[in-house]
Design a binder for this molecule. Structure first.
Ligand SMILES: Cc1ncc(COP(=O)(O)O)c(C=O)c1O
Length: 439
């Protein structure tokens, strides 16, 4: 494959899309220049595009398709549900089944509420924290992505020209109201002293700390356990809730990242893998906090609807997906993840390229830098790093490996040892190509 020359069908589809969508696009994350490749089919860990190219899929719909595509056990329950009806103006037993599984796996979660996306679940978690505490502000980590809710996306892409010692609250989207920026405090990652100082200063105004324990866009650098312990202690003392965004990190273990890191957040946000390939989100947590949603005593403190929330197709697909994720599945994902990380770091050394592969479990990310990677600022790519990432991404695509344009990879359960070898070889060749141009 030699993209874009060998992708005429995708080019034609993109031309059609341009006539009916802004820039031909309805999802910013899947666009790349000059046009994205269009998917037509997936099976196991492979995806086929409109030109008949097949890819070993290392992004699996941005980490959500942990079992890959067309998984027989998931398809069986979905087919069954299609024949029974896909969405009702009434609850279904399937939502209880999935909620029971989540409550069993997450000791910090007593009650669960479903939504249709992670964005919506983050939004509801923030609103729940505000409703429960009666406080207006939240704090989040610089560079961390939590979906498209105005408050959650503050300082998602702050740039060196607006970096100050304690990160400023920077609008991500044009048109963000000043009131939103005033109500979001931004913290540097894994920095105990700043977090303590901000909580001490703003505690009485602060409803919640929003933390992704493995923040992808901020570098995929895991939370340190001492950081989380200090954060939890300071938050508890100030009556501030800890919200864990495990939309991605729930794929790290049987009880998610909170199980690995031994943290009991007040609220947990889930998404992606719990929908078995269908749109989903969930917020769960302590019963007293979650009671803000309870309608049994009149209007709840926080009313929440959602026409397709907890629809039975998503609930049943999600249950089948989660049931197939046993402790052994996570061990296997950890093993193959570590193998690939080591393989990629060895390739960086072999090609004398400045760079590192970081991550945990089935998730990993490549950074083209010679500096220690510790937080968003330390991995912020300069112009050369951006060009290297572009070459790397294209070199992988042309070798039949699909990864996120910004260097994120996610492995899936159908991957065999030979698939893992194929990934390492392709990355090695892609890094060789970067090295030829930049070495
Ligand atoms: C950590 C995190 N939180 C929230 C979201 C938003 O989820 P969704 O895309 O389902 O709205 C994402 C999406 O990638 C995410 O990575």
């Amino acid at each position: 494959m030699n993209y874009p020359e060998t992708s005429p069908e995708s080019a034609k589809l993109y031309d059609r899309a341009k006539a009916v969508m802004p820039g031909g696009n309805t999802r910013t994350t899947v666009y790349f220049d000059p046009f994205p490749i269009y998917a037509v089919r997936g099976e196991g860990c492979r995806m086929w595009d409109a030109d008949g190219h097949v890819y070993l899929d290392c992004i699996n719909n941005f980490t959500s398709m942990i079992h890959g595509y067309a998984t027989p056990s998931i398809n069986a329950v979905v087919r069954d549900q299609l024949a029974l009806g896909t969405a009702f103006g009434a609850p279904t037993p399937s939502e209880i089944d999935l909620a029971e599984l989540l409550v069993l796996r997450l000791p910090s979660v007593d009650h669960v509420r479903f939504t249709n996306s992670g964005t919506e679940a983050v939004m509801m978690a923030i609103k729940a924290a505000r409703a429960f505490t009666g406080r207006p502000k939240i704090a989040k980590i610089e560079g961390a992505y939590h979906g498209s809710y105005d408050y959650a996306e503050v300082s998602l892409d702050s740039t060196p020209d607006n970096w100050s010692n304690t990160p400023a609250s920077i609008a991500y989207a044009k048109g963000t109201p000043q009131g939103v920026l005033d109500d979001v405090l931004v913290l540097p990652w894994n920095d105990i002293a700043t977090a303590q100082a901000v909580i001490a200063e703003h505690g009485p105004q602060l409803a919640a700390l929003l933390i992704d324990p493995l923040p992808n866009r901020a570098g995929l650098i895991p939370a340190r356990q001492d950081y989380l312990a200090a954060l939890t202690k300071a938050a508890r003392a100030a009556g501030v809730l800890l919200i864990f965004d495990e939309v991605i990190s729930f794929r790290l273990g049987y009880s998610g990242a909170q199980g690995l890191l031994e943290v009991a957040p007040d609220l947990t946000v889930l998404g992606k893998i719990i929908g078995g390939g269908f749109p989903v989100g969930a917020v769960g947590g302590r019963a007293d906090v979650m009671s803000v949603f309870d309608p049994t005593r009149g209007k709840p403190a926080l009313p929440h609807g959602g026409t397709f929330s907890a629809n039975p197709v998503t609930m049943r697909a999600g249950l089948a997906s989660m049931q197939a994720l046993t402790p052994a599945s996570f061990e296997r994902l950890d093993t193959i993840g570590e193998t690939v990380r080591q393989g990629i770091n060895a390739a960086f050394a072999r090609h004398s390229l400045a760079g590192v592969c970081v991550g945990l479990g089935s998730l990993f990310k490549v950074h083209f830098t010679d500096q220690p990677v510790t937080d968003y600022r330390s991995v912020y790519p300069n112009a050369e790093a951006r060009r290297k990432l572009g070459i790397f991404h294209m070199a992988l695509l042309n070798r039949g490996i699909l990864a996120a344009g910004y260097g994120l990879f996610a492995l899936s359960t159908p991957m065999t040892d030979s698939d893992i070898t194929e990934i390492i070889i392709a990355v090695d060749e892609a890094l060789a190509e970067v090295s030829r141009q930049y070495g």
